[in-house]
Every structure is written in C-alpha cells, then in structure tokens.
Design a protein around this ligand. Structure first.
Ligand code: TTP
Length: 393
C-alpha cells in the first residue's frame, strides 16, 4: 500500500523554529518529526512513500531522497496550502491502489498504524476530553457512517484523528468543493467513502499533533523516553551516565559530567567538563554544553552552544544559537500559573507549569542574560550583557 505523507506545511504557529525548516522536519529525538510517521508506515508494510511537500521542500527531499529505508519515495509539490484534499490531489498521478494518508506533523504509536493498515478502508479515532471541538464519529456498530464537525452535544467522545486508509476509487473523488472555511478538505472525500464502503475505525493508543513549540517539547519527551541506553561516543571514565542515555558515535562527554536519561547526545556534540544534563533532553549534532551548565528537559538543536555557567530548563533552542556565559532561563512563575507564550500575536497558555524559552536560529545572548518564562527570541536576536528579557524580541 502507498502512503501519502502530508509535509507541505510551514508551521506558522511553530515560529520562529520554522524560519528555515518546515515543521515536519523539526527534530524529535534522533530524526525529523515526520520521519517517525514515515517509519511507522514502513514498519506497517507501506511499499511506497509519497511526500507532499511545499514550504522549504528541499529540506524534506534531501533527507528522504529517492529511496528511504528500502522504500521508493515520490514527491508531489503543493505550492499553496489549500486544504488536505487539495494536498492529496497533488499526489494524484502517483496513486495506483488503495492508499493511506498520514500527517507529517502528527505522532502516532506504531501498533495503531499497523492496525489501521490491516483494516479495510478505515479512519483513525481517539477519545477526546472536549469532543465538541472536533469532528465526532457517527457509528453504526463498528462501522463509521459519518463525521459531524464540532457538534454542540456530541453523543460520544470518539473523534476523528485524520489519518486514514482510502480505497483506490477515492483517487477520483479528490476534486471536492471548497468548504465554508475556503479549503478543499479530506473530510468531504471521506463522506463519499462512508457512503460507498464499509469503513472501520482504529482507536489510536497514543497520538499527538505537533503545532506549537511546547508540543515539540512534548513530542521529544515521548520519543526520547522510547530510546534504549546506548553509548558509542567517547565518554570519560569520570562521567556518570544514569538511565536511558544515548551517546552517538562522534560525541564526547568530558570528566565530571552527570547525565540523567532520557537524554540523547547526537553525533559531534561535546558535553562538559562538569555539566549536568537532565531528561528529557536532546542535544543536537555538533552542539556544545560546557562547564557548569545545567540543561533540563530541553531541545537543543544542531550547532548550538551553551558553553559556560548557564541554566536552560524546559526550552527549545534552534540551530546555531549561542548563550553567553551566565545566561539563565526562568521556567517557573512565582504564582505557579501555567506559562503563557505569544503565538501568532495571541497570548496562549501552554498548559505547562514549567516552561522556559523558545530561541530562533542564530540568536545570541550577552553574558548574564536572564530570560523570563515563555519568552521567544527571533532568529538572529541579540541581548545585552546583564539584561533581563521579559518580552519577546
Ligand atoms: P496545519 O497545522 O493546518 O498547517 P501547518 O502545518 O502549516 O501549521 P500552522 O497552522 O502552524 O501554519 O496542517 C495540518 C497538516 O496538514 C500538516 O501536516 C500539513 C498538512 N496540510 C497540507 O499538507 N496541505 C494543506 O493544504 C493543509 C491545509 C494541510
């Protein structure tokens, strides 16, 4: 079966981390976000991947190439994000049988994808706490007969999770009318499938959509927890690695370092001496964590340096960031309320009591910079020495 993987989105809510990378290519543990889904599809028996690309398409192409893990890869370019049916329609010429549609910014558990693929035409569902915000499944026994968008008083809490397996005829049904919100939507294709086929549903054991920066942190928390301990890099006898710690070949851990897993230290990263890294943390390729630095529950992307005397907690640092000596991230409000962040101009609760900062690629802090919880620094931003930064810049 072919799998269409939607990876055209920019991820505007994920800015500034998507300034140069499409959201599906942001790092989650040891691979890009959408590679987890591609891998799940391949494990479940997919024999061809069709990637729908758009924003920063070359980054996706470069990673997957023409063949990925023994499976041929095709590309379809969606220049404008006009909707999910439109996205699949751009892949039309490559489709030649029943096919799955998966989302490159969603994470699924492996067993659920296998169950979805094993069923006939089928959709994925999950139990939502507030089903009125979603498309709720109308079922007749095990069969799905429709999806009602955002019903005021839903009869069940079983809502659609988007991913689906469609029959080959659906290839001809992708040319749907524009919806009220002006998009060409896969749900309208599904209505026809429900009418003409017995469609089953697979309840996802675990699933998350990654839309905003703190969800990228959560995605890493999930996938780093699944790593088994493996030490291939150069680790000093005087370093202490506790629990599930992965040190890739080409990484170096100096004396006096304590690492408490789950932590992944990627190839070329350099840690210590005397650093303290706590889970769940990803230290990207060629990153540097130096003397007397504490890093906790954070994503540090490639080529980023936190070289001296700093604290970084619950934060996301983009690529090629530099923290001046003594930079300190605050990750907890004194009133214990959830930390807020500005997303596309609106103040939003992250729902997290502990949350630090989001730093765009190439930003640099001056020495002794203090950063307040929820602060976002744009790509290339600078702070003055000894500055207290409580607003985004
Ligand atoms: P969105 O989350 O709506 O868009 P996005 O990923 O660009 O993020 P943001 O809203 O922050 O800008 O898209 C959900 C998924 O569907 C994602 O995997 C991208 C995919 N998609 C397409 O591939 N093409 C489309 O036209 C649309 C609307 C979505």
């Amino acid at each position: 079966m072919q799998t269409v993987l939607l990876a055209a989105g920019e991820g505007t809510r994920m800015r500034p981390l998507t300034a140069g990378l499409p959201k599906p290519m942001l790092p989650v543990a040891d691979r890009p976000l959408c590679a987890h889904t591609a891998d799940a599809a391949i494990e479940a028996g997919t024999d061809e991947l069709i990637l729908v690309v758009g924003y920063e398409a070359d980054v996706v192409r470069e990673y997957f190439g023409e063949e990925y893990r023994g499976v041929p890869v095709k590309y379809a370019t969606q220049d404008e994000q006009l909707g999910t049916a439109h996205a699949v329609r751009t892949a039309h010429e490559h489709l030649d049988g029943r096919f799955a549609v998966l989302y490159g910014d969603d994470l699924y558990d492996q067993a659920s994808i296998e169950a979805l693929f094993a069923a006939g035409p089928g959709i994925t569902a999950y139990r939502a706490e507030n089903p009125s915000n979603y498309g709720v499944l109308d079922t007749d026994g095990d069969r799905v007969v429709g999806v009602t968008e955002k019903p005021a008083s839903p009869e069940t809490n079983l809502v659609s999770a988007g991913a689906c397996v469609l029959p080959s005829e659906a290839r001809e049904w992708l040319d749907v009318e524009q919806s009220e919100r002006g998009e060409y939507e896969l749900t309208d294709v599904l209505d026809r499938v429900f009418a003409e086929y017995e469609v089953s549903y697979t309840e996802l054991d675990r699933w998350m959509g990654v839309g905003r920066p703190w969800e990228l942190l959560e995605a890493n928390e999930w996938k780093l927890t699944e790593l088994d301990r493996e030490v291939r890099g150069d680790v000093s006898d005087d370093a202490d690695l506790r629990g599930p710690v992965v040190v890739e070949e080409g990484a170096a851990i100096e004396p006096g370092v304590v690492i408490e897993g789950p932590v992944l230290v990627r190839s070329g990263a350099h840690v210590g001496p005397n650093a303290y890294v706590r889970g769940a943390t990803l230290l990207g390729e060629d990153s540097e964590v130096g003397h007397a630095v504490e890093i906790k529950n954070s994503v540090i992307m490639r080529e980023t340096n936190v070289p001296h005397l700093s604290y970084v907690g619950d934060s996301l640092l983009g690529r090629d960031v530099n923290f001046g000596a003594g930079t300190t991230v605050a990750n907890l409000r004194h009133d214990d309320e959830p930390v807020e962040q500005t997303v596309k101009g609106e103040r939003v609760s992250t729902g997290r009591r502990k949350y630090g900062v989001v730093v765009g690629d190439g930003a640099k802090t001056g020495i002794e910079t203090s950063l307040s919880p929820g602060v976002v620094l744009s790509p290339g931003a600078r702070t003055e020495p000894n500055e207290w930064v409580s607003r985004d810049r």
